[in-house]
Design a protein around this ligand. Structure first.
Ligand SMILES: Nc1ncnc2c1ncn2[C@@H]1O[C@H](COP(=O)(O)OP(=O)(O)OP(=O)(O)O)[C@@H](O)[C@H]1O
Length: 572
């Protein structure tokens, strides 16, 4: 519950006012049966109508006051719980945004959505319930026991017995429920993940006609959720009638023993009536308390899941400085294995260096570690051994924000967001004017923008659904150019472009307005040949570094790529 102390402090005033209202409301409820016993004992039994009116009106006033407190606590409870929920969601979102890549790789996005929605709703409901009914239940329960004892100590022993049985039942139900509710939320994660996966890959599913397989996967997750739902509800399903039974038996015993005491002149009718009402109140509050514990168990499971998100590792520390780097890159014997990977390093003992303003092509078979170089240069991960030096700074001495402000990346899979073309381009530079947008688009050969109905104001669907693969790549390149960072990385970012357009993009990038270092990760030899230096990767290692001519002399892997692509005429 440490997690919530911050929110509790923020809303403690309305929270305590609500608690006060609930307590006063409970007191009003508790007075009811005692007032009723007065109506019976001093009014009805003695034939005094005045007393009946007197105690009756008093009872009405007390009920009215109780109703006013109930309205006040309801308003406060909804307000506080919803505000707390919104604050919690905002903090969770901020935390997720600050996730390190390790954390992002670890927690599935479907699960994060469940935690942001379902688990948070669970906490909202708990806070709301706690302020509205939960506190009232123990007050009414304990108050009923005290007032019943004051009325008749002998009869009240039955109540104590009932409460003891119920306490044991609640204890066991909690013990059994907690792991079940935790499993239930996990099963919900799986359902969300399956739906999300389907939505992301809907076109592929349609193209491959794998609806059946997807439906089977969803059904499996859905069945699992259903079974976990039944298992978690089972405890309450069994406990609730047992509670009612315990209280029912208690009431019957009260009436039976009460009648015997009445015949012995040890109890009067009013007391027995009040006792049965107190028993009913105790039953209601015990059911409430059981619900409290069920909710508490669910909330505990949700809290643990939300706590896991808050405990996730954040991106490397932010520095206050924001140095402008020149773009010089040096890798010194770098070895790196993905923390959640197989343990086999994706990069092994890698060394190379590029001067500021130079262009470097990285070429090599698929899975050879080319993209991993990009992620390391963006400081998404830190190396296990060796050093990455930017200018003269060890990258670990620079804040992640600082590094990223000096590096622009155009990823393998272009990512666009719903909004206008201009909005998407401005990710590179939010202050860019239309001339700068045009200039970047021109360099990236994104001339198709002007043929769109509203030019730069044309609206793109989510992930640029209304664009072709090549158009998305060109917008993504323009966005990278617009950032005007010291290092621009194109990670296989021209794979969907035809050879002529690609060479025009290359020309545009060579025509630099400032001393920018250009890294082109590519599978194409023609692209690599246009760079000042080429790094050849194989199995995470540097197997060749130099100019095209040098590599044609010394690097077998490069020669193989060249002969396969250029001499067989597949490349321009
Ligand atoms: N997030 C990740 N977690 C674990 N392992 C990963 C992750 N990303 C990549 N790898 C592994 O690291 C190795 C290098 O991957 P990388 O993406 O750098 O290769 P690549 O040369 O860019 O391949 P491609 O040309 O196919 O894009 C591969 O074996 C891959 O399975």
């Amino acid at each position: 519950m440490k997690l919530y102390s911050k929110y509790f402090r923020r809303y403690k005033q309305p929270f305590f006012i609500a608690v006060l209202c609930v307590t006063l409301e409970a007191v009003c409820d508790l007075l009811g049966p005692t007032l009723m016993s007065h109506i019976v004992n001093s009014g009805i039994e003695k034939g005094s109508l005045t007393k009946v009116y007197y105690w009756g009106i008093l009872m009405l006033i007390v009920t009215l006051i109780g109703a006013c407190f109930a309205v006040a606590r309801n308003i406060l409870a909804s307000n506080v719980s919803q505000r707390m929920g919104a604050d919690l969601r905002a903090d969770l979102f901020e935390k997720i945004m600050s996730f390190s890549e390790v954390s992002a790789d670890k927690v599935e996005s479907g699960s994060l959505i469940t935690r942001m929605t379902n688990d948070t709703s669970q906490i909202i409901q708990f806070v709301n319930g706690m302020m509205r009914i939960f506190l009232k239940a123990p007050v009414v329960c304990i108050g009923s026991m005290i007032l019943a004892s004051l009325l008749n100590l002998r009869l009240s022993l039955i109540i104590y017995g009932v409460v003891a049985v119920v306490t044991i039942l609640i204890y066991f139900s909690m013990k059994i429920s907690y792991p079940r509710f935790y499993q239930l939320q996990k099963a919900m994660d799986q359902v969300n993940s399956k739906v999300q996966e389907y939505l992301i890959g809907v076109r592929l599913v349609k193209a491959f006609g794998t609806f059946g397989k997807e439906t089977d996967k969803f059904d499996e997750a859905n069945q699992n959720l259903m079974q976990k739902g039944i298992a978690s509800q089972m405890v309450i399903t069994i406990i609730s009638p047992l509670l009612t039974l315990a209280v029912g038996i208690g009431t019957a015993v009260v009436i039976y023993i009460g009648s015997s005491l009445f015949t012995m002149n040890l109890a009067n009718t009013g007391d027995i009536t009040a006792f049965t009402i107190y028993m009913a109140q105790i039953l209601t509050s015990l059911i409430m308390i059981t619900n409290v514990f069920t909710m508490f168990v669910r909330t505990k499971a949700s809290t643990a899941r939300i706590g896991e998100v808050f405990d996730c590792e954040e991106d490397c520390l932010r520095n206050n400085e924001n140095r402008k780097l020149s773009g010089k890159i040096t890798f010194e014997n770098v070895t790196f294995a993905y923390p959640n990977g197989s343990g086999v390093p994706a990069i092994k003992d890698l060394s190379f260096s590029v001067n500021s303003g130079e262009s470097l092509a990285i070429i090599g078979p698929t899975g050879s570690g080319k993209s991993t170089i990009t992620w390391l240069l963006l400081r998404f991960y830190d190396v296990d051994r060796g050093k990455i030096i930017l200018d003269n700074y060890d990258i670990t001495m620079l804040g992640a924000d600082e590094v990223r402000s000096n590096v622009a990346v155009v990823p393998q899979k272009p990512m666009l967001f719903s909004g206008s073309v201009a909005d998407n381009l401005k990710w590179g530079d939010k202050l860019a004017d239309i001339d700068e947008l045009r200039h970047a688009a021109e360099k990236a050969q994104a001339d198709f923008i002007m043929q769109m109905p509203d030019g730069y104001d044309s609206i793109l669907g989510s992930d640029g659904v209304n664009l072709s693969g090549g158009q998305k790549q060109r917008l993504s390149i323009a966005r990278g150019i617009l950032k005007k960072a010291s290092i621009l990385i194109l990670d296989d970012a021209t794979s969907a472009l035809d050879a002529v357009t690609e060479s025009k993009v290359r020309e545009g990038l060579k025509n630099k307005e400032f001393n920018q270092t250009l890294i082109m990760i590519t599978q194409r030899c023609g692209t690599a040949m246009s760079a000042d230096k080429i790094l050849v990767m194989e199995n995470g290692r540097n197997v060749g570094f130099g100019t095209h001519e040098e590599l044609m002399e010394s690097c077998e892997v490069y020669q193989d790529i060249y002969h396969t692509q250029i001499e067989s005429g597949r490349e321009a």
